[in-house]
Design a protein around this ligand. Structure first.
Ligand code: IDP
Ligand code: MG
Length: 137
């Protein structure tokens, strides 16, 4: 059993895709074990995406994440980390495999609807960033 952190980003919430994202996870035998909607401040977004602090897109990415409400969730299951990444598709919707969330709904490499932890290490930073153990079922 693995746990991963997923986010429906502000563009996904705006496009009414919360249910669709959750449905795709659940259809693939993954369970939602924690879930909430919140607004991330610019400063919090900078902390969440600290691994990207030296990237050219860091400023615009963290502004984007804080521009509207997001839905954050902990997703659990066998190989949950790679499974969620597969369901999401490649970072750039143009390169994402057909039928993935990003291919179906993403606008561009930044506005790509959804986040998923990319490794056990990042999941173990990202899950407690948003949830206490008491909030995870
Ligand atoms: P990932 O979300 O597929 O793991 P990362 O490389 O970790 O992709 O980048 C984090 C987020 O930063 C992406 O989901 C996307 O929103 C944004 N991003 C990534 N690369 C670029 C870029 O070249 N330009 C603008 N935004 C980017
Ligand atoms: Mg990433």
């Amino acid at each position: 059993m693995e746990q991963t952190l997923s986010i429906v980003k502000p563009d996904g919430v705006k496009k009414n895709l919360i249910g669709d994202v959750i449905r795709r996870f659940e259809k693939n035998n993954l369970r939602i074990v924690a879930l909430k909607m919140l607004r991330v401040s610019k400063k919090e977004a900078m902390g969440f995406y600290i691994v990207h602090k030296d990237k050219t897109f860091y400023d615009s990415l963290t502004s984007f994440l804080s521009e509207g409400p997001v839905v954050v969730m902990v997703v659990e299951g066998d190989r949950a980390i790679p499974k969620v990444r597969e369901i999401m598709g490649a970072t750039n919707p143009k390169d994402a495999a057909p039928g993935t969330i990003r291919a179906d709904f993403g606008s561009d490499i930044e506005h790509n609807i959804v986040h998923g932890s990319d490794s056990i290490e990042s999941a173990s930073y990202e899950i407690p960033f948003f949830f206490s153990t008491l909030e995870i079922q």
